[in-house]
Write a protein that binds this ligand. Structure first.
Ligand code: GLU
Length: 486
């Protein structure tokens, strides 16, 4: 059995961010590659900002991405006693001490330091209190936080699997708080207690946590516990090279799901935000990722979140997805787009989706630009109308085409094409003109799959009705709505 044990530890103070999802994915890939265990831990000790519904949303996003954890979820809010006990052990061992400074006192000292342009770190007021001092202050009813006693001199170093050698001078660290005076643990205490108790072998998390690591290593050492291996992942930036935020657009996994992105595509995209698989391939299957994943191949340079690349990747996935997997997704998409489904057999539905699949960029296209393939109520794209129906002869031509198709037997690719071409020749118009005009009538769009394929999936009744509707459009334009694209 592998001894690899990793964890993903989101705080339920927001939805699952793409950065968090990338961290979850790298932990998952690392565990799967090594035959190890992934633990899910919910860091919900911030009572004001943590929300149970956000935990639910995070779990749903992870499930949607297909990132299954092996143990957990473990809730920090259920382990408060453990954290308090650990803080007390550190106090007993002389590696931590109660601090009676009030937030107001600390705030005033910080403000003074700032006004004098001095960097502020905790000044150690309570560091040297004797047992008698502490008892007296406690007897006065003063509440104490617990602070870790950082050694006065020396340094802490570690070898990060991504960022390499990291070294911090102890004089640059302050005696940080472990337990607040209200008995709640800080992030450092909860994380170290849990990672220790869960026997975490590798801590893989965002580079924003690098500065926390030396403090946490000092805690492991004080507790005489083995120190895990650390791997920090590069930051994710927007195209303007600023840290990815709402300003750049959607940042939550859920928002991309709603935009019609496939989980496979998002996983592939996130995997490449910092990691280059061997051969520099862009489209990488989950199996290939598991097989090739290596933290040593993760770059420490910031990764740029490129929406165009995600769109491209998503279209690749939509186009190459086995149709069996695509069908239910399209159904779901149509119902959430409020597309009143036209009556269509399962077989017709499948043929229609297959016909459209190679043209889709996102699942959204099925309820949007492709709406006419699934519903009888759809709008004409105004640009297409302007371009392909401008000839005054078009309505009559479409009417005549309707009449002839109504009696075309068999109504198949060759039969419908023959009918259209014969009509074009007879009327002295180019077949292309009639094809383009009919395409708008049948699909509402100027661009669509081959016209005769479209006729086949729509079937003779719909084709004839739609051509008649288009014929009437000029004389009573209020019949179908004009819309600027979908
Ligand atoms: N809860 C922390 C966060 O969401 C994770 C801390 C860690 O991985 O150590 O950033």
């Amino acid at each position: 059995m592998s001894h690899i044990r990793v964890r993903f530890a989101p705080s339920p103070t927001g939805y699952l961010h793409v950065g968090g999802a990338r961290t979850a994915l790298y932990n998952w890939l690392f565990a799967r590659h090594a035959g190890g265990v992934l633990i899910l831990r919910i860091e919900d000790t911030d009572v004001d900002r943590s929300k149970p519904e956000l935990t639910t949303a995070i779990l749903q996003s992870l499930e949607w991405l297909g990132l299954k954890w092996d143990e957990g979820p473990i809730y920090q809010s259920q382990r408060l006693d453990r954290y308090r006990a650990m803080a007390m052990n550190l106090v007993k061992a002389g590696r931590a001490y109660p601090c009676f400074c009030t937030p107001e006192e600390l705030q005033a000292k910080r403000a003074r330091a700032e006004s004098e342009r001095r960097p502020w770190k905790y000044d150690g007021t309570c560091r040297g209190l004797t047992e008698a001092d502490r008892e007296r202050l406690q007897a006065e009813g003063k509440l104490a936080a617990v602070r870790f006693r950082v050694p006065d001199s020396g340094q802490t170093t570690f070898e990060d699997l991504v960022f390499g050698h990291i070294e911090v001078e102890h004089r640059d660290l302050e005696d940080f708080v472990l337990l607040r005076s209200d008995g709640h643990p800080t992030y450092h205490l909860g994380v170290v207690a849990d990672d220790m108790d869960l026997r975490i072998s590798h801590v893989i998390r965002g580079a924003d946590h690098i500065s926390n690591t030396p403090k946490q290593i000092l805690m492991y050492q004080a507790l005489e516990a083995p120190v895990p291996v650390f791997a920090h992942l590069p930051l994710i930036l927007g195209p303007d090279k600023q840290r990815l935020s709402k300003r750049h657009g959607a940042t939550s996994v859920g928002a991309y799901r709603e935009q019609g992105v496939l989980p496979e595509a998002l996983v592939n995209f996130l995997a490449l935000l910092g990691w280059t698989p061997p051969g520099q391939k862009e489209i990488v299957s989950i199996q290939e990722m598991i097989q090739a994943f290596d933290l040593a191949a993760v770059s420490k340079s910031n990764a740029v979140f490129d929406l165009e690349k995600l769109a491209w990747m998503n279209s690749e996935y939509v186009r190459n997805l086995p149709v069996e997997r695509l069908l239910p997704l399209v159904k779901q998409e149509l119902s959430s787009a409020g597309t009143p489904a036209a009556e269509q057999s399962d077989e017709k539905f499948r043929q229609t989706v297959q016909l459209l699949q190679s043209r889709a960029r996102t699942l959204k296209d099925f309820g949007g630009a492709f709406r006419a393939f699934f519903a009888d109520e759809f709008a004409y794209d105004s640009e297409a109308v302007k371009k392909f129906w401008k000839d005054a002869a078009v309505p009559a031509l479409l009417g005549e085409l309707a009449a002839r198709l109504a009696s075309t037997e068999p109504f198949d690719l060759a039969g419908t094409e023959k009918t259209l071409r014969a009509l074009a020749e007879e009327k002295g118009v180019k077949a292309g003109v009639l094809i383009n005009a009919a395409r708008v009538a049948l699909t509402g769009q100027g661009v669509a799959p081959g016209l005769f394929d479209v006729m086949l999936v729509l079937g003779p009744d719909r084709v004839v009705n739609r051509l008649r509707r288009a014929e009437a459009y000029r004389s009573s334009p209020e019949v179908p709505t004009i819309d600027k694209g979908n």
